[in-house]
Design a protein around this ligand. Structure first.
Ligand code: EPZ
Length: 437
C-alpha cells in the first residue's frame, strides 16, 4: 500500500504538460499486434497499466522494448493465451481480444479487471466479434474465441456507444475480409487516435470519431507499421485544472487539446474559474480569496457529453463551492466510492449508486483516506489540496494506473504532495536486503 501525503493551503503556479493518454496508449499497444512492420509509440508514460500491457504482450510472444519515453514494438508471432493475473490487472486487457483472434486464430481471455465502477460486461465486444464470424465460448472466469479463416465484414449496430467495444470492433474490422460498418460507435477522441494508428499501418477506415465508422478490411494483418505520438491525456489535463480550481492560483496546461475536455472546462468557468483556451493548451486560474460557485447539476454521458472520468474531479471542486450540487453518472453504477473520503475530510456528501449529492461550503480538514479507484483516488488528492493541515491518501496502486507520479506533477505546480514509503515498506525492504546477505 502506498501513502500520499498532502499539505493543503498552498496556491498553485506554473505550467505542466499532460503525458500521452492512458486510454489511447492501452488500445494502441494492443493494436500494434495487427501490424506486420515495426511500430513505435512516442512519449508513453510509466503507468502501471502500461507495464501490465507490456507484460501481457511479452506473455503472448511479442517483444516490446521501452527506450526512455518511447516503446518499440517489433512484429511477432503470438499465441492467444492471456495469463489470468495479467488479464485481471486492468480493463485494458479486453483490447487484446481482437488482435489475438486475428493473429493467433484463437484467444482465451480471463475476464478483465480494472476500476470497480460497477458491472463492466463485454457483451458488445463479443456480439460484434461473433457477427464477424468468431466462435465464442464463455465460462465463469474467461472467454474463448476462435475463427475459421478470416473474420468477415459486418454491418453492426452497438447497443450503446461503448469505447472499448468500438475499439475492439475497429481492430477486428481492419483485418477482416470485406467491408464493415459500425453504427452507434463511440466518438471519444481516443477512437480517432487508434484509427489514425491503424491507417498509418495500412487500414482503410472512414468516420472514426463519428457514430458511423466504415472499414474496408485487409483480410489479414495490416501490411505496415510506423511511429505514432498518442493523444495527450485529457483526463490528466482536467485533473490539473481541477487542482488549481481547488487550491487557487494560475497554471498553464500545455500541449493538450482544450476541445477534448470542453465540458469540464465549461463547468470550471461556471464555478468561477478563469479559463483561457488556445490551440495548444489552456490556462486555468482562480483567486483563492473568491469562493467557487456550486449549484451544479451535472450528468455524464458518452462523448461529447460530460466525461465520466471527470465526474469525481468535478465532485472534489464542488465540495467547497457555494451551494448544493448533484452529479449523475449515466455510465457507471459505482463512480462515487470516493464520497467516503470526501466525508472524512468534512464535506457534506451523499452517494447513492450513480448519484452524488454535495452540500457545498465545506471547510475541509486533513484526514487519512483510501483511494477506491483511479479517478476517485485522484479526486481525494485534489480535495486534500484545499484542506487545512496534512492529510494522507492510502493507495493500493489505483492512482499509478493512470498517472505516472501525480504527487510529483502537482508539486511542480507548487503543491506540497509526495509519495511516502510506509514504515512497513521500508522495513520490508531492509529485512529482505538483510536476508540476501
Ligand atoms: C473506457 O472504459 C475507459 N477505460 C474508462 O476509463 C472510461 O471511463 C470509459 O471508457 C468511458 O469513457 C479504458 O479505456 C481502459 P465503455 P470501457 O465500454 O471501454 C457498458 C479510467 O478511469 N458496457 O465505454 O470499459 C459499461 O458497463 C477508465 O481511465 C456494456 O454494457 O467503457 C459501461 O456502463 C475508467 N457492454 C458503459 O458501457 C460492453 O460490452 C461504458 O463502458 C461494454 C461496455
Amino acid at each position: 500500500m502506498e501513502r500520499i501525503k498532502i499539505t493543503g493551503g498552498r496556491v498553485l503556479e506554473g505550467r505542466i504538460r499532460p503525458a500521452a493518454a492512458k486510454n489511447s496508449v492501452l488500445p494502441l499497444l494492443a493494436a500494434s499486434l495487427l501490424c506486420s512492420r515495426p511500430c513505435v509509440l512516442r512519449g508513453v508514460p510509466r503507468l502501471s497499466d502500461v507495464d501490465a500491457s507490456l507484460a501481457l504482450l511479452r506473455a503472448v510472444g511479442a517483444g516490446p522494448v521501452r527506450r526512455g519515453p518511447d516503446i518499440l514494438l517489433p512484429p511477432a508471432a503470438v499465441c492467444g493465451h492471456v495469463p489470468p493475473e495479467l488479464a485481471g490487472a486492468m480493463r485494458g486487457s479486453v483490447f487484446y481480444l481482437a488482435p489475438l483472434l486475428v493473429r493467433a486464430g484463437t484467444v482465451e481471455l480471463p475476464l478483465p479487471g480494472g476500476c470497480r465502477l460497477g458491472p463492466r460486461p463485454i457483451d458488445i465486444h463479443l456480439a460484434g466479434l461473433g457477427a464477424m464470424g468468431a466462435e465464442i465460448s464463455e465460462s465463469e472466469s474467461a472467454v474463448t474465441l476462435r475463427r475459421q479463416g478470416s473474420l468477415h465484414g459486418v454491418d453492426f449496430t452497438l447497443r450503446l456507444p461503448s469505447v472499448g467495444a468500438t475499439l475492439t470492433l475497429l481492430m477486428a474490422a481492419a483485418c477482416a475480409r470485406g467491408e464493415t460498418v459500425l453504427r452507434g460507435a463511440a466518438c471519444e477522441p481516443e477512437i480517432a487516435d487508434t484509427a489514425a494508428f491503424l491507417r498509418m499501418a495500412g487500414a482503410q477506415i472512414e468516420g472514426a470519431g463519428t457514430p458511423v465508422i466504415r472499414v474496408r478490411g485487409a483480410a489479414g494483418p495490416l501490411p505496415g507499421g510506423g511511429v505514432h505520438l498518442p493523444l495527450p491525456d485529457r483526463i490528466a489535463a482536467a485533473t490539473y485544472a481541477a487542482a488549481v480550481a481547488l487550491a487557487g492560483g494560475r497554471i498553464a496546461v500545455e500541449h493538450c487539446r482544450p476541445g477534448h475536455l470542453a465540458p469540464f472546462l465549461r463547468f470550471l468557468r461556471t464555478a468561477g474559474c478563469e479559463i483561457t483556451a488556445g490551440p495548444d493548451g489552456f490556462t486555468a486560474a482562480r483567486d483563492p480569496d473568491i469562493p467557487l460557485w456550486g449549484g451544479a447539476d451535472l450528468c455524464t454521458g458518452a462523448w461529447p457529453e460530460f466525461a465520466t472520468d471527470t465526474a469525481p474531479l468535478a465532485a472534489a471542486v464542488l465540495l467547497c463551492a457555494r451551494g448544493e450540487s448533484h452529479i449523475h453518472d449515466a455510465l457507471f453504477q459505482n463512480r462515487f466510492a470516493c464520497a467516503e473520503g470526501f466525508a472524512a475530510m468534512g464535506a457534506l456528501v451523499r452517494a447513492d449508486g450513480r448519484d452524488l449529492w454535495i452540500g457545498g461550503d465545506a471547510q475541509l480538514h486533513a484526514a487519512c483516506v483510501t483511494a477506491p479507484d483511479l479517478r476517485g483516488g485522484a479526486a481525494l488528492v485534489l480535495a486534500a489540496l484545499a484542506a487545512g493541515g496534512t492529510g494522507t491518501v492510502m493507495d493500493s496502486g489505483h492512482i499509478r494506473r493512470g498517472y505516472q507520479d501525480l504527487p510529483a506533477e502537482l508539486t511542480t505546480l507548487g503543491a506540497r504532495c509526495t509519495y511516502v514509503k510506509t514504515m512497513s515498506d521500508a522495513t520490508m525492504k531492509t529485512a529482505s536486503a538483510m536476508q540476501m546477505r
